[in-house]
Each structure stands twice: as C-alpha cells, then as structure tokens.
Design a protein around this ligand. Structure first.
Ligand code: HEC
Ligand SMILES: [Cu+2]
Length: 357
C-alpha cells in the first residue's frame, strides 16, 4: 500500500517502473517485518516468563496465552514494518515546507483492517470459551479437597479419605481434583503458579477450583490476596504424588487418625509441632507455649486440663498465654472432626501427664 501512496506524486499506473518499485517496496517491507517479528518472538520465547506448567488446566491457559501473543506479534510486526519503512522512505527534507498530497480514505483498506481484527478477536473469544469450559468441567467421580484459609495458614481436608487433614495439599498425578475453598476471617486467594489458576477464598461462601496435576513434585501454595500482616508468610506446599503413593498416604493417614496413635497422627498432620514443643511427639517448636507444661498452664488459667486444652485448640483467643502473641495459633482446628479433636486432646493431656512425672 505505501508504494501506492508513494506513486501518487507521479502516477505512472501500470508502467514497468511502477511495478518494479512496488516489488522492491514489498520486499523491503517483508524484510523489516521479518526482522522485527523475529526479534519480538525471541523476546517472547527465549525468556522464561512463566514458571513451568504442572497441570492440564495451566497447559490450556498457556495455549490461549500463546495464541493471543502470536497474533499480537504478527500485528506488531506488520505495523512496525510499515512505520519504519514509511519513516525511512517518506520523511520530508528539512527544507520541505510543502503540503502532502490530499488523500481520501481507501474503502478497500478500511474494510480489510476492520475485518481482520474482527476475525482475530472472535477467534480469541472462541478459543478462550472452549478452554474455560474444559477447565471447569469435572467428571462426576472425582476427588474433593476442602481448603480452609485463615490468617495466616492453609489447611486441607479430605472428606473422601476419612476426613484426614493436612497442612500440605497432597494430590494424585493426572486425576482431576475439586478444591472447595472456605475462609474463616477475611478474603484470601489460593494460588499455585505452576497450576496456573487463582481462586478467592471468601468468608461465608464456598468457591471451587478444578486442578488436574500433570507433573510430580512439590509446588508452592501462595495466598495471593493481601490479607493482613502475615500475608507474605501464608504459604504451604502442593505435593503431587503418583496415584499409588497418594492412596497409600491417604490410607496411612486414615489409619493413623483412627487407631491407638490417633492423637499423635492428628498432632503431626496439623503441623502443631512446627510451633510447639511437646516431648512425647518429639517436636521442638518455640513459636507457641511449651505443651509439656500444659498441666501447669491449665492450673494458672484456673481450668480443668482437658477443658483448657480443648478450648485452647478450638478457640485460641479464649486464653492467650502470657508472653505469646495472639492471632498466631491457627483457628482452623475448630473445624477438625470431633473424633480427631477428642484424640488430640486426649493425646496432649494423657502424654503430657506422663511427661510431667
Ligand atoms: C503457627 C503456630 C502454631 C501452630 C501451627 C499451632 N499453635 Fe498452638 N499456639 C500457638 C501460640 C502462639 C499460642 C499462644 C497464644 C494463644 O494462646 O493463642 C498457642 C497456644 C496453644 C495452646 C494453649 C497453650 C497455653 O499454654 O496456653 C494449646 C493447647 C495449643 N496451642 C495447641 C496446639 C495444637 C494441638 C496445635 C495443632 C493442632 C497447635 N497448637 C498449632 C501457635 C501455634
Ligand atoms: Cu491470606
């Protein structure tokens, strides 16, 4: 097209010279466009902009992403090539004060540059809609994990696995999983960058997220909604296991919370040891009070040991041990099934008594 504009100074329509000029211009335009498109493609492809994918949903999202980026690069290359070419070819000399040739709209061109974007945007919309629907459809028989978010911790519960709880999200490879997200206090947001999706956890409602892990490994679970002072520390891990390993883990965990050692299993599963020292469990955390001293602390608070222990777990704010920070002990444990809570309280009070001897 620029060749046409250029020719408007001396219209030689159809002559051999004009055809040659046109071919030359086209060649230059293509050369510049290829150069620019190549450079931009290199920037897009050679720099690892995103963490590697670890889920099928993420792969589909990446496809939309690259589909759109490819279109953008092509358009950018065309626009930039025409611009650069025009700057070089049609620049007015410093002493040239004359007006440019009077040019009116070009109907054919207008139709062309309206039709092309329409087609492209429609294509992006269709591809996105297909991906969105595939990313949210889940087979009837699927694993469900209840995710509870609160300032500033995640906890995970497996209703299909005997209500096993865990502070890490364990998932079987290649199996679609539905997360049911709850929040106990403020809005949080669940994000595993390698899984490619974010979903808010909102107090009072249940939100959902489907994940089909496609890579074994451990990935960070991040809260991606500013939720208070400890927001930056609201992290956990998503551990993708092979399905057999997952079944074994779930079975062991289920056995653990129902058998004789149930209390210890619940203690370990819920990460109590990362904050508390408790000799029978072999834990040495120092964020919270030393649980070996529970009997003395119950006496101090003027409550029976078991009642004090249960209340401290279900409602940590009811009694704040002196010298320790409030709002640090997670409040998620109130949602533990009663059997697990009973076992935990029994474990802490019984073993504690033995430890105090
Ligand atoms: C993120 C750290 C953290 C985790 C995890 C944690 N706690 Fe605590 N816990 C604390 C802090 C801090 C306190 C003291 C402040 C308070 O009473 O709320 C505390 C207080 C307690 C108390 C009262 C002790 C006393 O002397 O007043 C008990 C009992 C207790 N935790 C049990 C548990 C159990 C059981 C678990 C696991 C299910 C657990 N905690 C997990 C930090 C934690
Ligand atoms: Cu949060």
């Amino acid at each position: 097209m620029p060749a046409r504009t250029r020719g408007s100074g001396a219209r030689a329509g159809g002559s051999v010279v004009s055809a040659q000029v046109r071919r030359g211009s086209l060649f230059q335009l293509i050369a510049i466009g290829t150069l620019i498109g190549g450079a931009v493609s290199a920037v897009a492809l050679l720099i690892p902009w995103l963490p590697p994918s670890a889920s099928k949903e993420r792969d589909r999202i990446d496809f939309v992403f690259w589909f759109t980026t490819g279109i953008c690069i092509a358009i950018f290359a065309v626009v930039a090539a025409v611009s650069v070419y025009s700057f070089m070819k049609f620049r007015a000399r410093p002493d040239d004060d004359s007006d440019g040739p009077p040019i009116h709209g070009h109907t054919g061109l207008e139709i062309f540059w309206t039709a092309v974007p329409t087609v492209l945007v429609t294509a992006i919309a269709i591809v996105s809609a297909v991906v969105l629907s595939r990313n949210t459809s889940i087979p009837k028989n699927h694993l469900t994990v209840e995710v509870t978010a609160q300032q500033f911790a995640w906890s995970f519960r497996y209703p299909g696995q005997g209500d096993v709880t865990s502070t890490q999200l364990r998932l079987p490879l290649n199996e679609p999983v539905e997360l049911e997200l709850h929040a106990l206090d403020v809005i949080h947001s669940f994000w595993v960058p390698e899984f490619g999706q974010k979903q808010d956890a909102v107090p009072g409602i249940t939100t959902h997220l489907k994940i089909t892990p496609s890579k074994l490994g451990t990935f960070p679970v991040i809260c991606t909604e500013l939720c208070g002072l400890g927001h930056a520390l609201m992290r956990s891990q998503a551990i993708v296991m092979d399905p057999k390993g997952f079944k074994k883990w779930a079975a062991d965990a289920k056995k653990g919370i129902s058998g004789a050692g149930a209390g210890k299993a619940v203690y370990d599963n819920n990460g109590c040891g990362s904050c508390h020292t408790f000799t029978p469990a072999g834990s040495k955390g120092t964020v919270g009070p030393d649980l070996d001293k529970l009997p003395a602390e119950a006496k101090q608070a003027g409550k029976p040991l078991a009642e004090f222990t249960r209340e401290s777990i279900v409602n940590p704010d009811a009694f704040i041990q002196r010298g320790y920070p409030p709002n640090v002990m997670p409040k998620t444990f109130g949602t533990l099934p009663k059997s697990q809570l009973d076992a935990l309280v029994q474990y802490l009070t019984q073993s504690g008594k033995k430890g105090a001897k």
